[in-house]
Design a protein around this ligand. Structure first.
Ligand code: RAM
Length: 918
């Protein structure tokens, strides 16, 4: 009988212990246009038995086939069986791929056994249009492009002299009809000098907003690609595009505030890249017989104004529903009074697929309250500060005009507080057409940062349903989770995520509301690591790093913001800001294992470092042309810029050495390592005294120097701790000093103090913001004080993420999850209770899967549930004494526990339940 069972077991196929899933190419699921002929593949592996532990991929095999031929025919590439745990960043190495080529790919994997998994279901990708010649479509514009609709004096909320005329233009509509035989596939590539939407046969091709996004247009313009097969009909078809100024020729940055002219003399703040907008569309129709036809923008398209009578990102949008062009993007529309489009001479800029994620509506929010503040003035509270627009629902007579204003906070008397928007008008208006069934409208080419919405001119009484908040931002997959036993921290965490969402808007911006919304590099480098805990930002940052490098100054420095449509005199580079050019690619490599971002920008990073060396040959630290310093610090002792500069110089050099090694440049690695040591010792010589005290004796100075590993921790960390205690356990740090403060304390024996700062409720602290009603992270600790109102409206944003960088500490030092090697191949799990916190839990998605740690203290015991993704090694350090048990038995020898020594363990993948005495 026994033998019988053995025979049966032998006869059954041995199931593979793991299988591949979540296939991605260049970070996207089914990319329709990748910007390289050698795209990278990735997948995750999952155990067949969900309870299995220590799952590792031993080998993989990839097959790539042309989509039409399938895997059975001659493949474009077969990697063969590759003995490797790699599941990511695997570069295509098959037959040469060209513009527009489409391919399918699949992967199978091996675990410890000899049995391969099943092939994954196929995924697909297409190569984008890589060469200028691939574009036959022409750039087209409307005649009278420069006709302005509005010229009024710019409102200036902060009481300074007027900024001259406000110039806002209408959107333009373009259309073209064509005949089509049945198609098997229809693909459209589209872009604009401006922002656009596309419609085919009366339907939008996508919910994407503000495409093609913002880039350094003078160098690079992105385009979108959509599969529109389902929208095509046999016979008559029509395609239409709507075009508005957007970042290209509308108001951007603080040009208006700072009196900077664009390309049109006498007009400040707009026309930074070009004066007239244009659109370029190429629709490829493929037939079953292999033939194809391309519909392109050319002078046969017709153009007209329409219902969007004003459109501007910062100023807002106006819509007159009486001017709607009903049916304009469907066949059969009478366009006899439209004008022919005109060709615009092209641009020399590179035209490339957008490598990031689209901006789109992500979520809807019902208003929590509405009050009639004054007769006819209705103020809605969404209960959450967001970026986006509102959808208006209204019924009334033709010509009724509803004005929509936005604010982040209210004045004490209940009015909107819009002073902090400065020169951003941020007003949308809707003129009704008088539809008896009611009308709904949502602005298209603008966005706002707001929690409160005011309607005036609303016919009748506005109920809660008159306004719905539409949350819009770059669609970075959100994947982080954090909660703990302190409700204040939980609220703070939600505020961080909301602020990240509001500011990851095509580029990492400083704020979503006022006349700025710029890719400030200092804010970006301070927050980038925190952001990676909350969302997958790999492709979002891939895109922005191009903007940043495109806009590096010719002399080598990275700018203070990118894209940089303008620059004030003396606002070119700043220590702690320009360093984003090195810190951000390093972070993306560390988190995602992506070395391509390093290689791509290596030359510019080197130029930057070379310039850094010439500007400070004696290594004393240089002074910038901007004087941001430790921006918005609240202490009396300021951190001098040469201090910051030298510290960042040393840090950059170290990161450059690590990156050089990662891309196989040992010579550069040695050079930068030597530089790092030289600058570090220069730093010590100038600033470090024998007793561990720094000559710049403030919290930021110690935090930066410790975090960058420029000084030994012991005595100096004690000095830092002393400073904090003397200050009543409160911070004095600004943008640059706050991010390293808690990590530096926790790494140097002062984790208790880090906890005290984290839970502090008095000004200045995170708790103070939360107690004063924050639903997002504020630019200043006291941006708003209950009872007294808004502070410093001339520079006050309620959605500014820099101080939210402490999110990194909450995940890595409190809940205890962090990377220990690039790409999270090795992780460190080290939960550390502090303050009054008795429970914390955090999790996130790594390139291998879900990583998490949830711990609590109960009756003198420390209990932790730890989740390690497949293909990952975890070094665990638990804050306990004595024997650790797992699943009720001693940890040593438990499945997946590769080693256990007191409170330190090495684990493979799986979910573990640990318990031990504190
Ligand atoms: C402010 C921006 C930004 C900061 C710079 C120095 O105006 O909002 O956050 O980096 O100035």
């Amino acid at each position: 009988m026994k033998y019988f069972y053995v025979l049966i077991a032998l006869a059954l196929p041995v199931a593979a212990e793991l299988s591949p899933l979540e296939l991605r190419c260049e970070y996207h699921q089914y990319p329709l246009a990748v910007c390289t002929p050698t795209p990278r593949f990735s997948w995750k592996v999952a155990p067949t038995d969900p309870a299995a532990r220590d799952i590792r991929q031993a080998a993989y095999e990839i097959q790539v086939a042309s989509e039409s031929e399938g895997f059975e025919a001659k493949s474009l590439w077969s990697s063969g069986k590759v003995t490797s745990p790699a599941t990511d960043q695997i570069v295509y190495a098959g037959e040469t791929l060209a513009s527009g080529d489409r391919a399918s790919w699949r992967v199978r994997v091996w675990g410890a056994g000899s049995e391969a998994s099943e092939w994954s279901p196929p995924a697909s990708f297409s190569i984008g249009l890589l060469n200028p010649e691939d574009w036959s479509a022409l750039w087209i514009s409307a005649k009278n492009e420069q006709s302005f609709t509005t010229t009024e004096n710019v409102q200036n909320f902060i009481g300074e002299p007027s900024r001259g005329k406000l110039v806002v233009t209408p959107a333009k509509y373009f259309r073209k009809e064509f005949q089509s035989a049945p198609v098997v596939r229809a693909t459209v590539h589209a872009t604009a000098l401006g922002v656009y939407t596309l419609e085919i046969n009366g339907q939008r091709v996508s919910d994407e907003r503000l495409a093609p996004g913002w880039s350094a247009y003078q160098r690079r313009i992105h385009y979108q690609t959509y599969d529109v097969t389902k929208l095509l009909r046999d016979g008559k078809n029509a395609i239409g595009a709507t075009l508005a100024d957007g970042w290209y020729s509308g108001y951007v940055a603080y040009g208006l505030l700072t009196d900077q002219e664009g390309l049109v003399p006498g007009i400040n703040g707009r026309y930074c890249y070009g004066v007239s907008t244009a659109v370029r569309v190429q629709l490829k129709l493929e037939r079953a017989d292999g033939s194809s036809e391309t519909i392109i923008t050319d002078p046969t398209w017709k153009a007209s104004p329409g219902p969007i009578t004003e459109s501007d990102i910062l100023m807002g949008e106006s819509y007159d529903a009486r001017k709607e062009l009903t049916g304009w993007s469907a066949p059969g529309y009478d366009d006899s009074n439209w004008q022919s489009a005109v060709c615009k001479t092209g641009t020399d800029s590179k035209i490339e697929p957008h490598p990031g994620v689209p901006v789109r509506p992500i979520e809807q929010m019902t208003a929590k309250t509405v009050v009639e503040h004054k007769p006819g003035v209705f103020i809605f509270d969404l209960g959450q500060n967001i970026s986006g627009v509102v959808r208006l629902k209204v019924k009334g007579k033709a010509g009724d005009k509803v004005t929509i204003r936005y604010a982040e906070v209210l004045h004490n008397d209940g009015r909107l507080s819009t002073e902090n928007l400065r020169c951003a008008r941020a007003v949308d208006t809707y003129i009704l057409k008088g539809d008896p069934a009611g009308e709904t409208w949502m602005p298209e080419f603008t966005y706002h940062g707001f929690q409160y919405v005011e309607l005036t001119g609303f016919p009748g009484t506005a109920g809660l349903d008159a306004v719905t908040g539409i949350v819009i931002h770059s669609d970075t997959p959100l994947h982080g989770a954090f909660e703990c036993s302190d409700p204040m921290l939980n609220k703070l965490y939600q505020n961080m995520v909301w602020t990240q969402r509001a500011n990851f808007f095509e580029m990492p911006t400083d704020c979503p509301q006022r006349d700025e919304r710029m890719g400030w590099t200092g804010d970006a480098q301070i927050f980038v690591r925190a952001a990676t805990f909350n969302a997958d930002i790999a492709s979002f940052y891939t895109k922005w790093l191009r903007d940043l490098n495109d806009d590096a100054w010719d002399y080598g420095a990275y700018p203070a913001y990118a894209p940089r449509p303008l620059a004030r005199p003396n606002e070119h580079h700043a220590a702690g800001w320009m360093d984003a050019g090195v810190i951000c690619p390093w972070t993306i490599w560390q988190v995602y294992g992506d070395t391509r971002v390093i290689s791509e920008h290596w030359r510019k990073m080197n130029d930057f470092m070379a310039w850094r060396a010439t500007r400070d040959p004696e290594l004393k630290g240089a002074t910038d042309d901007c004087s941001f310093g430790d921006w918005l610090s609240v202490g009396n002792v300021k951190t001098p810029i040469p201090f910051i500069d030298l510290a960042y110089h040393a840090y950059d050099a170290r990161l450059m050495a690590e990156m050089a090694a990662a891309i196989g440049k040992p010579g550069d690695a040695a050079k930068y390592q030597a530089l790092a040591e030289k600058v570090t010792s220069a730093f010590r010589k100038i600033y470090l005294q024998e007793d561990g005290r720094l000559t710049i004796h403030n919290q930021s100075a110690y935090a930066i120097a410790l975090f960058f590993d420029l000084i030994p921790s012991g005595e100096s960390a004690a000095q830092l701790a002393g400073l904090i205690r003397e200050n009543g356990n409160k911070m004095t740090t600004g943008f640059l000093g706050t991010r390293p403060l808690l990590p530096a304390l926790s790494a140097s024996g002062h984790h208790d103090l880090a906890g005290v700062l984290m839970q502090q409720r008095e000004y200045p602290s995170w708790g103070y913001e939360v107690d004063n009603g924050a639903t997002s992270i504020w630019e200043r600790w006291n941006s708003y004080i209950k009872g007294s109102g808004v502070h410093e409206p001339s520079m006050n944003s309620f959605s500014h993420y820099a101080f939210g960088a402490v999110c990194e500490w909450m995940f890595a030092d409190l809940a205890g999850i962090d990377r220990a090697a690039p790409g999270f191949d090795r992780v460190r799990i080290a939960p550390r209770p502090t303050g009054t916190i008795t429970h914390a839990a955090a999790s996130m998605e790594t390139r291998h899967g879900r990583l998490g740690c949830s711990w609590k203290i109960e009756k003198g015991k420390f209990l932790a549930e730890v989740t390690v993704p497949p293909n990952t090694t975890a070094d665990v350090v638990l804050p306990v004494k004595g024997e650790v048990s797992e699943g009720g038995s001693p940890a040593t020898g438990r499945p997946g526990v590769r080693a256990a020594n007191g409170n330190q363990l090495t684990l493979g993948s799986g979910t573990y339940q640990f318990s031990a005495t504190l």
